[in-house]
Design a protein around this ligand. Structure first.
Ligand code: PXP
Length: 241
């Protein structure tokens, strides 16, 4: 069965925040993505609020028809919001203010104790917690130990590979990590940097059941419209549309 596509709409908000206008409205983007066949909507409320705002998350909670995946850093402020919003999925990501976008996966080994204390309030309100990690076996083992059942493998190294040989190596690393995690009973998502030219190879990994894709879809939407941009990505994932 083809993998699910969760569309990250952060960069619709990026365009709005650049001028502090009322448009483009991320809620409208979420609805169009869903009507095009997206299986979920992903947003990252960053500590610096550079794109998605608190009101976006709260309103998306009311309007998203599929599933809301709320990406956030492991902070008390974000935990309070997540407990209120009760998204279907909460994905914990590392965050630093200087980065252009999320750089690298969460170090679950280093933060094991803090995570073990951080997860229960989220799980208590019914959110499924996912951890965004690099495709490394020890990190996957740590995810299993800390008690999540969903992980998101970072495809950044694969997407940023500078030549075919490097790309093949990173793809093999993703495949091995996905197989290993699946073997431990973890559900496996992937994301970061995926676009219309590099996604198909990743979609050949059967253990990956969910893709989180944002920048490339929003960028393509400028030319072909968001509905068509989502459908093109769904086709590349193998959906018969
Ligand atoms: N998954 C995670 C955990 C992310 O932090 C991001 C970027 O916000 C994405 C997926 C989407 O990445 P991109 O915008 O490069 O498709």
């Amino acid at each position: 069965m083809p993998a699910r596509l969760h569309v990250n709409i952060d960069h619709v908000a990026t365009i709005r925040q650049q001028r502090f206008t009322r448009y483009p409205e991320p809620l409208a983007a979420a609805s169009i993505a869903e009507m095009a066949g997206a299986h979920g909507i992903t947003v990252h409320l960053r500590e610096d609020r550079r794109h998605i705002q608190d009101r976006d998350v709260r309103m998306l909670r009311e309007t998203v028809q599929t599933l809301l995946n709320f990406e956030m850093a492991m902070t008390q402020e974000m935990q309070d919001i997540a407990v209120e919003v009760k998204a279907e999925t909460v994905t914990l990501v590392p965050e630093s203010r200087e980065e252009l976008t999320t750089e690298g996966g969460f170090d679950v080994i280093a933060h094991h104790e803090a995570l073990a204390a951080f997860l229960p309030p989220l799980q208590a309100v019914g959110s499924r917690v996912s951890l965004f990690i690099d495709p490394d076996i020890p990190q996957i083992d740590a995810c299993k130990r800390v008690g999540v059942d969903l992980i998101e493998l970072s495809s950044a190294s694969y997407c940023e590979a500078e030549n075919a040989e490097e790309r093949a190596k990173e793809l093999a690393r993703l495949r091995e990590a996905a197989e290993y995690a699946h073997g431990l009973g973890l559900e496996v998502a992937v994301g970061h940097g995926l676009d219309y030219t590099n996604v198909e190879a990743v979609a050949t990994i059967p253990e990956i059941v969910e893709f989180n894709i944002g920048h490339s879809i929003v960028a393509r939407a400028i030319f072909v419209g968001l509905h068509e941009a989502v459908r093109e990505m769904l086709r590349l994932l193998g959906h018969p549309i």
